[in-house]
Design a protein around this ligand. Structure first.
Ligand SMILES: *[C@@H]1O[C@H](CO)[C@@H](O)[C@H](O)[C@H]1NC(C)=O
Ligand SMILES: *[C@@H]1O[C@H](CO)[C@@H](O)[C@H](O)[C@H]1NC(C)=O
Ligand SMILES: *[C@@H]1O[C@H](CO)[C@@H](O)[C@H](O)[C@H]1NC(C)=O
Ligand SMILES: *[C@@H]1O[C@H](CO)[C@@H](O)[C@H](O)[C@H]1NC(C)=O
Ligand SMILES: *[C@@H]1O[C@H](CO)[C@@H](O)[C@H](O)[C@H]1NC(C)=O
Ligand SMILES: *[C@@H]1O[C@H](CO)[C@@H](O)[C@H](O)[C@H]1NC(C)=O
Length: 381
């Protein structure tokens, strides 16, 4: 550009130059940090048709340096696969537990091992909330109908992208691989499962979410002892009454239980009614003390352990999964051919601060995988 001839054209050009400088220096959104604790469910896809998609969930609590990334039935996760475990189904539910070293756990098969050697190799540890530091802003994109901002960070093998809404709700995690496997892989988050921070004290007022913080208190030892209820929880259920095994009534409802405050609420959707559950006082969390183990039963597709306790008029039974998820409560009367069941809806996500137990590493994990993962230097999700 001729600098000293300030013709009309060059004045315009200079102005444009100034404008584009302004644009270059325009502040782009800084990479976000993850909240220090959150959980979220997702759907996982590859753009390779032979790799099926699957669901999953992340549980993350950096304050205790723990995370659990669940890749559920159908998964082809590169940490889960190829660890040398003897499995009936290589693609069944797989939990990556960071405690802080990464374990590969197939809970249905009770197979588990430390995934990496060395155990704390790069890419094998809990991501820092600020893992996106230095990432480049890549603009907005419409994901699941939401306007999401994206940032990109280069790893050795893949470019990682993170999308979230303006208010910080995760939209998508995306990885793009180059040579030798041109493919992309993404986790699209289900925002209705996204939970940050502690459970609100208003849980009794607004029962529109189901607290599942059972895992710790309900977790079983190898010799299944009667579990103790957590001191506070709420859960949705389907209630039925059978006479001579014929169902005569059914309704939805919810339990809200807070023993510390001596409160419990049993809400029936139909027929309308609200009663204290199930006796006339708030049950103690340890009400099952002395109950007899009655083995496993499949309820709503889940394998549940059961305990039975005899009362004067009825036998009470309680079923829950190995991980502590309530399956069913039932009463069968001694003098009437009547069975009363309360079957809990199986909830796939939890609310509030993540209990340490979700990161529990079973004893049988204490070994390095027969075929440990050789981590490339990149972020592993
Ligand atoms: C699981 O994967 C391993 C390694 O790829 C393979 O040897 C084994 O046969 C697979 N098992 C099943 C049941 O497909
Ligand atoms: C996002 O895309 C969908 C269809 O692809 C469209 O219906 C929707 O209006 C878009 N939303 C926004 C906020 O742009
Ligand atoms: C999958 O995505 C990658 C990167 O976006 C692309 O290069 C590749 O062609 C895609 N493959 C298919 C089968 O669509
Ligand atoms: C998101 O999660 C909710 C609650 O678990 C579920 O009802 C809904 O179907 C999920 N949506 C998708 C798209 O998976
Ligand atoms: C919830 O129940 C449905 C059907 O009853 C079952 O297909 C699904 O696997 C269950 N989910 C969990 C997490 O157990
Ligand atoms: C794992 O096993 C080793 C010995 O093999 C033992 O020293 C260690 O305490 C065990 N760790 C845990 C967490 O059980």
């Amino acid at each position: 550009m001729p600098f000293f001839k300030m013709t009309g054209v060059s004045v315009v050009a200079c102005l444009l130059g100034v404008m584009s400088l302004t644009q270059t220096f325009k502040v782009t959104p800084e990479p976000p940090s993850w909240p220090s604790a959150f959980s979220v469910g997702f759907h996982e896809d590859w753009n390779i048709s032979v790799i099926p998609s699957n669901d999953g969930a992340w549980y993350y609590d950096y304050t205790i340096r723990r995370a659990r990334f669940d890749h559920l039935q159908g998964q082809s996760n590169n940490f889960c696969q190829g660890r040398g475990l003897t499995l009936k189904d290589n693609h069944s539910d797989c939990h990556l537990i960071f405690a802080p070293e990464m374990y590969v756990h197939y809970p249905r098969e009770k197979q588990c091992c430390r995934a990496c050697a060395p155990a704390l190799a790069e890419g094998c540890t809990v991501l820092k909330p600020a893992w996106l530091t230095g990432a480049k802003y890549i603009g907005k994109q419409n994901i699941s109908g939401m306007v999401c901002h994206g940032w990109e960070k280069q790893g050795a093998k893949a470019a990682d992208r993170w999308y979230q809404t303006e208010d910080g709700t995760p939209c998508q995690y995306y990885e793009k691989f180059g040579f030798p496997i041109y493919a992309h892989h993404m986790l699209t988050f289900n925002i209705s499962t996204y939970k940050v921070g502690p459970v609100q004290g208003s849980v009794f007022d607004v029962p529109n979410y189901w607290v599942v913080s059972f895992t710790q208190t309900f977790r079983l030892t190898l010799d299944p002892q009667p579990p103790t209820w957590p001191s506070a929880f709420s859960i949705a259920f389907y209630e039925e009454i059978f006479v001579f095994i014929a169902p005569i009534s059914g309704n939805e409802g919810a339990w809200h239980y807070d023993y510390a405050n001596g409160r419990a609420r049993h809400v029936r959707a139909l027929p309308s009614g609200e009663t204290v559950l199930p006796g006339c006082t708030v049950l103690k969390p340890a009400w099952l003390t002395g109950a007899k183990y009655i083995g496993k039963q499949t309820i709503s597709g889940m394998v549940c352990n059961g305990w039975e306790k005899q009362g004067a008029k009825a036998a009470d039974r309680w079923f829950q999964t190995e991980e502590g998820m309530p399956c069913q409560y039932s009463e069968s009367y001694k003098l009437r051919p009547e069975l009363h069941t309360v079957t809990f809806s199986n909830v796939t996500y939890k609310v509030g601060p993540i209990k340490d137990s979700i990161f529990h590493v079973p004893k049988y994990c204490n070994r390095t995988c027969p075929s440990p993962y050789k981590p490339p230097p990149r972020i592993g999700l």
